[in-house]
Write a protein that binds this ligand. Sequence first.
Ligand SMILES: Nc1ncnc2c1ncn2[C@@H]1O[C@H](COP(=O)(O)OP(=O)(O)O)[C@@H](O)[C@H]1O
Ligand SMILES: [Mg+2]
Length: 307
Amino acid sequence: MEDEAGVHARGVTRAFGPVQALRGLDLTVPYGQVTALVGANGAGKTTLLLILATLLAPDAGEIRVAGHDLRTRPEAARTALGWMPDTFGAYDQLTVAEYLQFFADAYGLTPPEGAARTAELLTRVHLLEMARQPVHVLSRGQKQRLGLARALVHRPKVLLLDEPASGLDPRSRVELRDLLRSLAAEGVAVLISSHILSELEEIADRVVLVERGATAGEHEIATLMAEARGLWRVRALEEEPLAEALDVRRVPYRRQETGGLDIGPLTEREAAVLLGELVGAGARIFSYAPVGGALESVYLAMTEDRT
Ligand SMILES: Nc1ncnc2c1ncn2[C@@H]1O[C@H](COP(=O)(O)OP(=O)(O)O)[C@@H](O)[C@H]1O
Ligand SMILES: [Mg+2]
């Protein structure tokens, strides 16, 4: 059965002895988009991903991956999904090319098909020049990219990645973003977990918040960003006319030791309207930008609301 989404999960529960890791989690991962699963350490992200990857059985819940019910058609689901765990397996004796060839064999590709697919994937993840190097010489970012290539060997329609961006340097993170965006553009349903929201701002289209094993919210990133109320750091050639203009409008602000004022909290729209007014009032503004990641402030605001 072809599903409307790459992953459809409802009411997923799982306990480890006395620990209730998942307590009725709902999740939809559409094709052609990158969905982020965001939650603190221990929220249940890895448990859910292992269940979706058919590596761990849920206690209850209805789950379809690429349209296949995990209870009745786990093999079909496994063929349709690619899985990248948060830790890299030990295949250190193999070269980079041998490593991918090994998984191509495991997925039933013929040796020529496997060789072609290996070359194609190494090109895609920018590791072609490392093909003959042993896996253990790779940097962390390179290992992540090899792990991604491995997850893609059999052209999965659903891609599951557990904390792939954690510990990556900025350049590797940009490369990861570009790779995931291009896969989504090809129609793959991508699910990526993280406990650091700001890692995902530019990678994901949607964010699903997980708290203590349950879905705490499901949002479009673009909508979140537009609705988010955050602080905006403003710098002007002279601070006093700026501060006066803010006082007149009763906009809260705080002076920063490093120069500039943090104003708000304001939405993007409110910030844009205010900027026009401030400039109109004679403030000579040369910098006006959200403080920190916009997503980070949304997340903090949401978790504050509940306590
Ligand atoms: N194999 C396991 N045995 C016992 N408890 C586990 C096991 N795996 C996960 N847990 C517990 O389940 C909860 C969720 O863990 P996990 O899914 O790893 O969270 P996350 O990936 O969001 O950090 C935690 O309380 C964790 O300690
Ligand atoms: Mg985890």
